[in-house]
Design a protein around this ligand. Structure first.
Ligand code: SF4
Length: 141
């Protein structure tokens, strides 16, 4: 991904997160709000990031590369099977998601070091829910 596009996505993420956290009291976790957020995320994040709606978005930690596109769904870096050309051991024609994440995270402006964050295990109960709502309501900010 081009650096300019990556920076634009990063800025969009920061602005969206800031606004949504300020509006936290408005967004109660109910069925209507969830449906609206899930719809928005589906039409925006799926085409942009091939989002799998895991409900626990870490795009800002992975250079805006969705880690759920890793065939092993790894959330903390690559497996031991990355090919010499940087491609995936399961899908040999695909660049390893984590090689892409590493390369792109270096181009981030404010989130370069986020890739070192140890991610929690994936909570499969959140699959199909809104990552934004989950983020807003789990944060103490
Ligand atoms: S990390 Fe989860 S919420 Fe974020 S783009 Fe990937 S599947 Fe979607």
């Amino acid at each position: 991904m081009q650096t300019a596009r990556l920076r634009l996505l990063e800025i969009s993420y920061e602005i969206s997160r800031s606004i949504l956290h300020r509006l936290k009291p408005v967004f109660r976790q109910n069925r209507v709000t969830s449906t609206v957020f899930i719809g928005i995320e589906t039409v925006t994040k799926k085409p942009l990031f091939n989002c799998k709606m895991c409900g626990q978005c870490i795009l800002h930690s992975t250079g805006m590369v969705c880690p759920m596109n890793c065939p092993k769904n790894l959330r903390n870096g690559p497996c031991g099977g990355v090919r010499q050309n940087g491609n995936c051991e399961i899908q040999p024609t695909m660049k390893c998601v984590w090689v892409r994440a590493w390369d792109q995270s270096k181009k981030m402006r404010n989130h370069q070091k986020d890739i070192y964050t140890i991610q929690k295990p994936l909570d499969r109960r959140l699959t199909g829910t809104s990552a934004w709502l989950n983020d807003i309501h789990s944060s103490t900010r």
